[in-house]
Every structure is written in C-alpha cells, then in structure tokens.
Design a protein around this ligand. Sequence first.
Ligand SMILES: NC(=O)c1ccc[n+]([C@@H]2O[C@H](COP(=O)([O-])OP(=O)(O)OC[C@H]3O[C@@H](n4cnc5c(N)ncnc54)[C@H](O)[C@@H]3O)[C@@H](O)[C@H]2O)c1
Length: 330
Amino acid sequence: MKILVTGGAGYIGSVLTEELVRDGHEVVVYDNLSKGHRSAIAPAASFVHAELADVSTLRNTLSNNGIEAVIHMAADSLVGESGVDPAKYYENNLVNGLTLLAAMKAAGVNRIVFSSTAATYGQPEQQPIEETAPTKPTNPYGETKLAFERAMRWYTEAYGLRYASLRYFNAAGASENFGEHHDPESHLIPIALQAAAGSREAVEVYGDDYPTPDGTCVRDYIHVIDLARAHILALSVLDEGSRIYNLGCGGDGYSVNQVLETARQVTGKEIPARVGPRRAGDPATLIAASDKIKSELGWKPEFQDLRLIIESAWRWMQKHPNGYSGQEPL
Ligand SMILES: NC(=O)c1ccc[n+]([C@@H]2O[C@H](COP(=O)([O-])OP(=O)(O)OC[C@H]3O[C@@H](n4cnc5c(N)ncnc54)[C@H](O)[C@@H]3O)[C@@H](O)[C@H]2O)c1
C-alpha cells in the first residue's frame, strides 16, 4: 500500500516507517522536523519536509504519490506544556488534523490510522482501562486528541472515512536503528538511561505516596516495535469499518521504582533518584485492557518484559550517545 506517515521522523514514526517498509509498503514521511530528525527516517521512505498547515503541499503530496492510507502521528504531546499553552495544542493537534482530513477528502483518500493516547481517559476509576471507559481528559493534550477522534467519527458517518484510533499507553524501547531522542525528554525510561550514561545527574520521582504497592506511579509500557506492528494490523482491516483500540501490555504495569531498578540491572550503573512532589493531574495507575485488539486483530506483544524493553533502549543509546545529533541519514 502507498502510505503517508505524518510525524514519521519522530520517535514512534521512525520505527513504524521502518516496519512498513520492511513489509513492502511504499512510505512517504511528512514532517516539519520541529521535533523529529532527518536521520530517523528509514532510507527506503521518501521524505517531504513540510508543515501540516501547508494545505497545498499536503494535497499535492497525497495526490502526486497516489497515497491510499494515512497514519497520522504528527502532534505536540507534552502534557505540562499543553496546560500552559493550550492554543498550541488546539492548533496543531486539532486544527492541523482537520486540515489533513480536508486534504484527504479532496484527494479521495479515506483511510486513516491515528495516534491517540491514554490521556483521553483522564483519571479512570477502573483499571485496567477498557475502550468503553468514560473519556474525561484532564489536560488540553488529551482533550485535543479526543476532539480529533470525535471528528473522525462524524467524518466516517458523513463522508465514508475509515479510521482506527489507537490509544497508546507508554511507548518505550528502540529498534536496532531507531530510538527515542526528544528535547526536552519527558519519558521515564530515556531519562533513567541518561542518568545511567552520566548525561543527567538524577531522576526526579514525582511523588512516592500514591496508593500503589511501592507508592510510586504505575504505568503500562509497550515496546515501540509492538506498537508499530499494531498499526499495520489496524491498516489491514480499515475497509471493514472504523474502530478504537487501546495499546498497552496490560498485566500489573510497572511502578517508577520498578523501572529505575530494572534500568540499574540492565545497565549495571547507578541511577540516582530524588523524590519530589507529585505532578498535578498524574493518575496513580494507568493500565490498558488491550484484549480488544488482541481478540479482533490477533495482535500479540512480543516484548512484554520490561527488561527487554529497557535493554533495547540502552543498546540504541549506547550506539547513539548523542541521539540523532550530528548523525547523517542512513
Ligand atoms: N510517545 C508516547 O509514549 C506516546 C503515547 C501516546 C500517544 N503518543 C502520540 O504518538 C504520536 C507520536 O509520538 P512520538 O513520541 O513519536 O512524538 P514525536 O514528537 O517524537 O514525533 C512527532 C513528530 O511529528 C512532527 N510534527 C509535529 N507537528 C507537526 C506539524 N505541524 N507538521 C509536520 N510535522 C509535525 C514532529 O517533528 C515529530 O517528528 C504523537 O501523536 C503522540 O501524541 C505518543
């Protein structure tokens, strides 16, 4: 299939593009490189360096490449920043998303897989979280992702759009070639590994008085390759109808302290940690029920063990101590 991946130069997009190309798809990456990296794009993919808001480039890219489906990953995704600057999030995650849907409609492209998030649920009362749980986002990031999901639902009814919205929990790990390089980094595993590598002094633990087994927050980590494979499965059934799936590994999840301890074991390094105050709006536990995608699409995570996830991230970080900085495209 000919697929446009918006945000394909970002962390998850880089691994997804690699997997799509490996499966024989023709991929066009569309990214403004605001957060992504040129050298994170698999060499077999074409690259359009452009902004989602640039309607004519978007339309031409869809038409000139005969695009059959879009995987929409481009977004701003810092929860804290979204509270300080909601306009940025409405603009990029919602307005630019609608621009993409309009361009797709004009170009006759009606299939889309969307990167949604556990943040659409807010602070759910029940764990693990099922797709039917109430959606009550507690920040503009989650709110704008949910607003786009809702738009896709109405576009499905009125214009025959076919969408899969994948609500990711915590993406982590790396492939052999592509890994996580954000600036600033906000995700626990790369932060812990930066501390192990000596490029960060200590890891800040946001509260240790939560109602969890060790008092630190519990999250559900999913390997970025398992996440990528789920997109490819979702693409294959789009014509059968629109759908929403959670994507996490489920189980009991892992606490912040468990992640730090596993990172110490994997790296054999000290990882100093400092307990600070809670962050506003951080739920104690977020664990996905992913049974729906498992039973409907046969998705099966290969790297459920946190140790495997952290080992892969550590391998990539050791090969790329400065991330993508200064690295030529492959
Ligand atoms: N990383 C996670 O754990 C996680 C969890 C839930 C949801 N998500 C969602 O998954 C998607 C990918 O996440 P990621 O961690 O790879 O993020 P990322 O920031 O690494 O990648 C996003 C990419 O989109 C590009 N981009 C942003 N705005 C753009 C625009 N207006 N025009 C063109 N390109 C633009 C950036 O340059 C970047 O390459 C995002 O939509 C995010 O909200 C991520």
